[in-house]
Each structure stands twice: as C-alpha cells, then as structure tokens.
Design a protein around this ligand. Structure first.
Ligand code: ADP
Ligand code: 5GP
Length: 197
C-alpha cells in the first residue's frame, strides 16, 4: 500500500458502535473555544438514507449505490466499508485537500477505516474508541436518535455493537461516554494533548 504524503496535522479517527455518541461528541468538540479554527471534520460519502436533521455536505455526502460504485472503480475513494448493507467511504481528493487546508482533522470511521488511516498516516493518526455505558443504554440512544430507524435496524445495530466493543483495545484511547459533559471534556483533553496545546 502506498504511504500518503507527509502532513503535519493530526488526524483524529473516532470509532465506536452506532449510538455510542461519536457524532455528538465531535460536534461539541468542534464548537469548543480552544479547538475552534484548529480542528475540522471530514465528511464521508454514504449510500444510506438521510436521517431527520441530517444535511447534505455537513453530515454526509449522500450518494446512490451506482455513484458510489463508480467513484470506487475510478479509485477516488481512499477507504471504504460496508455497514449494514450501506456503503460508507472517504473521498481521496477531499481528504488530501482538507489536510492541506486545515490544521487538524477528525473523522468518524469504523475499525476498518481507522486501521487503514493509521497505516497510511502512521505519524499523524490518533484513534479513539467511544464506548457506551451499556448495551441497554446504547439501544435507547439509537431508538431516541431518529424515529425513522426501524426496530429491525435497531436490532442489527445493537448486535453489531457487541462485536465492535471487542475491538476497543486496538485503539490509542478508549473514551467512555456515560456523562456527556465528562466525555466531552475528556475528548477535548485528548485532542489538546495530541496537538500539543
Ligand atoms: P453515533 O454518532 O456514535 O452513532 P450519536 O452521536 O448520533 O451516535 O448519538 C446517538 C444518540 O445518543 C443521540 O440522540 C445523542 O443525542 C445521544 N447521546 C450521545 N451521548 C449521550 C450521553 N452521554 N448521554 C445521553 N445521550 C447521549
Ligand atoms: P451511521 O449510519 O451510524 O452514520 O454510520 C455507521 C458506521 O459507519 C459508523 O461506525 C461510522 O463510523 C461508519 N462510517 C461512516 N463514514 C465512514 C467512512 O467514510 N469510512 C468508514 N470506514 N466508516 C465510516
């Protein structure tokens, strides 16, 4: 695999089961005074339908399966994964461009994406695993997040979570997200420490 060009910024890769709070924590970190203008979020491509409240270009670039396949065939996708029958991926040009323009970058990816970016950017990638307090709480969070999520999909996400939790030890940091304010503060602490502020 070819190594990517050197970049001086840190690349924070946030993983964890669906509903563990990755998006919420990252959104809050991006609004934090001490991180503003230092950290930007990478927006992924996905073929899954938009949830209520999600916006094109802010939360994801929503594409059709055919568009995703075509981009992948043209080698325009740096890393990708299939999660519960939908595809998710990071656009190569988008990421390289962002790394040139912003100081530090954060991405929400699954384990496969986290390991791939760690390999491509060994000196810059910092991996963080967000852990829910319990499986029951995780289920409640997935159900509470979007009323459009069908019960079968909630079940599938919860079932996958049990497997995903076994990989927490493969990350640089494990971040328990029970109390949101405490988890947010810990995430901020990790980021500030890693960027050397
Ligand atoms: P993910 O991005 O990991 O799939 P989200 O950030 O979408 O998860 O969080 C799932 C749901 O749980 C959201 O409705 C969010 O508001 C809620 N949530 C996140 N963290 C907490 C927390 N510490 N306590 C209670 N609810 C939370
Ligand atoms: P969700 O449907 O809950 O937004 O995301 C489902 C899963 O896909 C999460 O684990 C999320 O981190 C992962 N994911 C989202 N975008 C990407 C991506 O571009 N690449 C990879 N590898 N995983 C992604």
């Amino acid at each position: 695999m070819r190594r990517q060009k050197k970049t001086t910024g840190k690349i924070f890769i946030i993983s964890g089961p669906s509903g563990s709070g990755k998006t919420t924590l990252l959104k809050r970190a991006l609004l934090n005074k001490s991180l503003k203008n230092k950290l930007a979020k990478s927006v992924s491509l996905t073929t899954r339908p938009k949830r209520s409240g999600e916006r094109e270009g802010r939360d994801y670039f929503f594409v059709s399966p055919a568009e995703f396949r075509q981009l992948n065939k043209a080698k325009k996708i740096l890393e990708w994964t299939r999660y519960l029958s939908y595809d998710y991926g990071t656009k190569r040009d988008y990421l390289e461009d962002k790394l040139k323009k912003v100081r530090h970058l954060a991405l929400c990816l699954d384990l496969r994406g986290a390991l791939k970016l760690k390999k491509l950017y060994p000196e810059n990638a910092v991996t963080i695993f967000v852990e829910p307090p319990s499986i029951n709480e995780l289920r409640k969070r997935i159900e509470g997040r979007c009323s459009k999520t069908k019960p079968e999909e909630v079940d599938r996400r919860v079932k996958l979570a049990v497997a995903e939790l076994k990989n927490a030890h493969r990350y640089d940091y494990i971040l328990k997200n029970k109390n949101l304010a405490k988890a947010e503060s810990r995430l901020k602490g990790i980021i500030l420490k890693e960027i050397g502020v």
